[in-house]
Design a protein around this ligand. Sequence first.
Ligand code: MRU
Length: 335
Amino acid sequence: MIDQRLLPNEEVYNLYQSHEQVADAIRSMVIRGAPAIGVAAAMGIALGVRNLRNLSGTELDSRFEAICQLLAQTRPTAVNLFWAINRMRRVYDANKHHPLPEIKELLQQEAIQVYQEDITVNRRIGDHGQALLPNQATVLTHCNAGALATAGFGTALGVIRAAVNAGKSIRVLADETRPFLQGARLTAWELMKDNIPVALITDSMAGHVMKTEEVQAVIVGADRVAANGDVANKIGTYTVAVLAKAHRIPFYVAAPMSTIDFNTATGADIPIEQRSEQEVLELNGKRIAPDCVTARNPAFDVTPAEYVSAIITENGVARPPYAASLRALAKSCVS
Ligand code: MRU
């Protein structure tokens, strides 16, 4: 894995040999972004089982469950993590009576498939989403929903990449995304590498640029979309969505179907990760607030469905009312 905490200053790749190391990498944000942590969890499970020796029956079952549990406890909000773990569980359950070497092989194949499918899915999201962006557009994005946050190509940034590939001229305004700075460090880095024009803004500039510049669209990713279309995404997304509505700018969410959680009725039921105060109180390891002051650090917020103009998936584009349109997309086959 590329260590995303060190970007853009250093490009360091870490090699992991155990599921414990993969769980640590997810928890500490070496790897982040909903689809990417799903892929990492699938690979972590394959790795965990690969390290087991001479086990079968209930002993193997409980070791497998412990591996899944450790990965499930890393981060609570992105449903892709649980989706990927369940996918690995299904393969295990269907094959658990086979010899261990065979189970290892099947789990490894499934993890690689989760990885490869995500790239295909992102390309389809890009194809569906790029049609919504006009030529000569300025697009505002929040956090990083790019290649780094997925197996490749990206969801929100995939739509932008697909629009550029279709010959459109797109300029991006990237919110820096305090406190972890995914926008400044990661989105700006990715887009610069692809020669897509990008200007960085602080989160507090979003309203001003919407008012004073032509912004044709806002596009973001998602960590979990509830059955009614409420969207959990990086903290600050809700603010951007409200601002977009006030300025009559379409607010698009690009996410794979694995991010849609039909078991979660509304955004109020989505668990919001609370991260360390330190991330808010410090910048580059240096304290920026008085010694005794405390801080809050919810890592995600929920944007109510009424602010979302469309949800772009690999199966097509859902429009309000989302309860019906998301269900319809879930039933439709990927063509
Ligand atoms: O805390 P992070 O960096 O994992 O949060 C990431 C986001 O909020 C992304 O927008 C979301 O996961 C979509 S990534 C395609």
